[in-house]
Every structure is written in C-alpha cells, then in structure tokens.
Write a protein that binds this ligand. Structure first.
Ligand code: ADP
Length: 501
C-alpha cells in the first residue's frame, strides 16, 4: 500500500520528538542527579565535620558506647542520615539506632560477637574490604565521599567519611554518614513525569502541526494530480489553486503555465488544422465547379441537344472559358504553394518602380479602354530603386490593378501613384470602384476570400490573387494597407523600405 505523505511526516515528527525527549531526559537526569548528589555530599561533609567534633569528645571515654549511640541516634533523626563511628582499625564502634533497629538481628549477632571489640567487618560484609583502602585516606585526615550500592543497606547510598580528630590533632577514627539515594530518585521521578507530560504535549502539538502542514501540501498536490490527469485527457483548461509561495506553490505555478502553454498550442494547432481543412474544401469546390460546367456543356454537345453551328460554337467557347479558368486556378494554387514553401529563394535586384508600373499599365491599356476606365501613373522624377524580384513585383501590381479594373465601373479611374516617403518608396493603386465593406477588409488577404459570396461567374476571380500578393510582399518585407469606402473606391498602399538612396 502507498504510504501517504501525512503518515510519513507524522512518523518523522514522532521520531524527532522521541529522540528529543529521550535525549533531554537523559541529559537532564544526568545533570540534575549529579548536581543533587554533589550538593548532598557537600552537605553531608559539612554536617559530618560538625558531628565529628562532638563525637571526638564523646569518643574520648571508651566504654561509653551507649551514650555515643544515643547521641548518634539523635543526630540520625536530626540529619536524616545513618551515622556510624569507626575506629582506625575499620571496626564499627557505634551506629545510630535507626540503623540499629533496622539491623537488629545482625546487630545482635555482631554485639554477641564481642561488643566493642567485635569486628564490624561483618556489618560491611565485604563492603569494608572495598572501603578499607579508601578509609586509610580518611584516617590520614582527609574527607572522603562516594555513592555506592551498599551491601549493608542493600540500596544505593551516598556516603561521607570524616575523620575524628582529637584535641591533640590525632585521628582516632571516622564518622560515616549515609543517606539513601532514594530521596534524590524521588525528585528525579518528578522531573521525569514533567518531561513525559511535556513530551505528550509536544506529540499533540506535532499532530496538529502535521495535519496543518499536510493540509497545505496534500491539498495542492491532489489538485495538481487532478490537473495533470485532466491534461493527459486533453483538457487543458483545468488549473491549480496556488495558495502558498513555497516549493509546492511554485510547482503549482509551473503546472499552470504548462497547462496554459499547452492550451494555447493546442488551440493554435486546431486553428491551423481548421484552416487546412477549409483550404482543401475550398480547393475542391473551386475545382469541381468548372469541371461540372465543362461536363454539362460537353454532354449537351455529345447527345445533340445543341444543334447548329452557332449554338455549338457558343458551347465550345464556354468550355474553353471554364478550362482556362481551371488552368488559372491551378496556376495560382501552384504559385501560392511555392511562395509559402520555406525553401523559396527569390532572386532580387535593384528595380525602378516607374518602369514596372508603366509595363503593367501597358499590359492593361486595351482592357481598360474596353471597360472605359482611365489608367494613369504619377511618379516623382527621381525615385529610389527598390530591392526586389521584378517578375514578382510586376505580378503584385497586376493583381492589384486587375482587381481595380474588375471592381470599377465604366467611367471610373484607376491610378498608380509612386511616392518617396522618409525611408520608403510607396506604391498606391487607387480606384473609384465598388469599395470593400469595412468588416470584410481584414479578410481580403485570405485564400479564397471573396466579398461577393454569391460566386458570381461573371466575377472571374479565384479569390487567391490577394493571398499571392500578400506572400510576395512578405518576402519583400513590404508594408501593406488598405483604405476603402463602399461606393467611393479603394486605395491599396505598399511601402518598400529596402530602397537605394
Ligand atoms: P479575386 O480573385 O476574387 O479578386 P482577390 O484575392 O484578388 O480575389 O480579392 C479578394 C476579394 O477582395 C475580392 O473577391 C473582392 O471582393 C475584394 N477586392 C479586392 N480588390 C478590390 C477592389 N479594388 N475593390 C473592391 N473589392 C476588392
């Protein structure tokens, strides 16, 4: 099973807290215990000195063990410490009654073993062996403290041994003070309880923090998981709600911008795919129409529906017209596809625009006269040459002027104006024709776009002319603009910035 982030985080927190608590407890208990013990030891030493001075006087009269023991018992109750007096041989001379009561059977045995002379080594029961060596330092006049597992009391005791020094300065024995460690352990227990309570509180707080944290991490992660899944399914509109500025937040932002990029790219791809499909549909339509017409006329001729030389001749003429229309269409399509292919390299040279315009006007003069449209050319005497392909610029001008003628009624004018602007040479083709409705202006450059959607056969256009012109002008880095007024006329302006000054 997948382990959730929440559980992992919780485990880590618990581990850290557990380590902290154990560490702190160990540290604190060591420190505090040592502190308490050394304080206790110092206290015992101080009290032991006081005691040893009293004992020293009492101890002067050998035989009065009873008196001594009574005094020791008083001291025991007062100090809360077991008191022994030993002589320089390591033999116990007297013990506080607290000890005596506790060890009655033994004491009796020991007492029975010869009272004062009884070697209290029995009482130490091996302990004296360990003690004796150190006791020598005490008999040499030093204080000695230790904490040990007392074989006599069967528990941990803090012990302080203080020499008994007589008035003459001689060491005549030692006072041994014993305090059980249990008191300290009790105090330590309090501390452990406290640490335990703090630990428990820490764990609760950790639980709270972890759930808050994971809320802040898991929710956005789940969100992202969903967004990614949506994206995989092809839905790029899904977004992550980014609520924080940490790594999770920036991951969310990255995912959002990825989704946005993909959304855009896919929209673009879809748009291009639509354009391609429209184009194929348009091409098919444009090809089928003349073919249908040709077949119709041809069948009429074949089955003899049309009789007589004049009628048949008219049909042959129509077939011929549709055939050349097909030819033109295919030529335009080939042209467009060649211009759009990125591999196209165009030969360019410095071209005099007035000469090109004159050539095109010359080509169209006859047609213009037939249509009763006046052609004119205006050009300044000194016009810089432009950098371009002569045939292609001629083609553009032909397309524009052909349109001008097509859409200008008899009596109208079609003008070509050449001007020298600051850093460009501009060519204007202005007619006084039908004009283009403003809503159509942005689309006239598209393939197969025709303002007159009725597909009027009289209008010979393929709808590819301006698309071809646009491609050629793009390859010349020329700027194009159109101004048109319905019923007034249209002005196409092309500016070339690659000029020879
Ligand atoms: P077509 O071969 O149909 O002329 P074009 O691409 O050359 O195709 O032109 C696209 C459309 O733009 C035309 O169908 C026409 O409606 C409009 N148009 C172009 N030039 C003119 C003009 N000078 N006056 C009015 N309409 C024009």
């Amino acid at each position: 099973m997948r382990q959730s982030l929440r559980v992992k985080l919780l485990y880590s927190f618990m581990l850290v807290i557990a380590i902290l608590i154990v560490g702190v407890s160990l540290g604190v208990s060591l420190l505090v215990k040592e502190q308490m013990m050394s304080t206790k030891e110092r206290e015992l030493v101080v009290k032991g000195y006081e005691l040893s001075r009293f004992v020293s006087t009492l101890y002067q009269q050998p035989g009065d063990t009873e008196g001594l023991e009574e005094f020791l018992s008083g001291a025991d109750r007062f100090l809360g410490a077991r008191v022994w007096v030993v002589d320089t041989n390591g033999q116990v001379v007297a013990m506080s009654s607290e000890t005596a009561a506790m060890t009655t059977p033994r004491r009796h045995r020991m007492m029975g073993g010869g009272h004062h002379n009884g070697n209290m080594g029995g009482a130490f029961s091996g302990g004296i062996g360990v003690l004796r060596r150190e006791m020598d330092t005490v008999f040499a006049g030093n204080v000695w403290t230790r904490t040990y597992e007392s074989p006599f009391y069967k528990e941990q005791m803090i012990m302080a041994a203080i020499p008994i020094v007589s008035e003459e300065g001689k060491v005549s024995g030692a006072v041994l003070l014993h305090v059980p460690v249990t008191g300290i352990n009790e105090a330590m227990k309090q501390i452990y309880y406290y640490i335990g309570a703090v630990g428990l509180a820490a764990i609760l707080v950790a639980l709270l923090i972890v759930s808050r944290l994971t809320q802040g991490i898991i929710r956005p992660l789940k969100d992202m998981e969903k967004t990614a899944a949506d994206m995989a399914k092809g839905d790029y509109s899904s977004r992550v709600v980014v609520g924080s500025e940490d790594e999770v937040g920036s991951l969310g932002n990255a995912l959002n911008s990825l989704a946005q990029d993909l959304e855009k790219t896919v929209a673009e791809l879809n748009h291009m795919e639509k354009l391609r499909r429209d184009f194929v549909a348009n091409v098919s339509h444009e090809l089928r129409t003349p073919l249908t017409i040709i077949r119709g006329y041809n069948e009429a001729l074949l089955d003899g529906t049309v009789e007589g030389g004049e009628g048949a001749r008219r049909y042959y003429e129509l077939i011929s017209r549709e055939t050349s229309r097909l030819e033109r269409l295919i030529q335009d399509l080939l042209d467009l596809s060649r211009l759009q292919s990125n591999r196209l390299v165009m030969d360019k040279e410095w071209l005099p625009l007035p000469a090109i315009a004159e050539g095109v006007i010359h080509m169209l003069t006859q047609r213009a006269e037939q249509q009763q449209v006046t052609l004119s050319l205006e050009a300044p005497p000194e016009l810089p040459e432009i950098w371009g392909n002569g045939d292609r610029i001629t083609q553009v001008l032909l397309i524009l002027m052909d349109n001008g003628l097509k859409y200008t009624p008899a009596g109208g004018k079609l003008q070509v104006l050449l001007t020298h602007e600051q850093a460009a040479v501009c060519l204007k083709v202005a007619d006084t024709g039908a004009g283009i409705p403003p809503e159509d202006v942005p689309y006239i450059w598209e393939r197969f776009y025709k303002v007159d959607k009725s597909h009027n056969r009289a209008n010979e256009g393929t709808g590819l002319g301006l698309a071809i012109a646009k491609q050629i002008l793009e390859l010349h880095q020329a700027q194009v603009s159109v101004e048109s007024q319905v019923g007034q006329g249209t002005v196409f302006t092309i500016c070339f910035s690659a000029i020879r000054t």
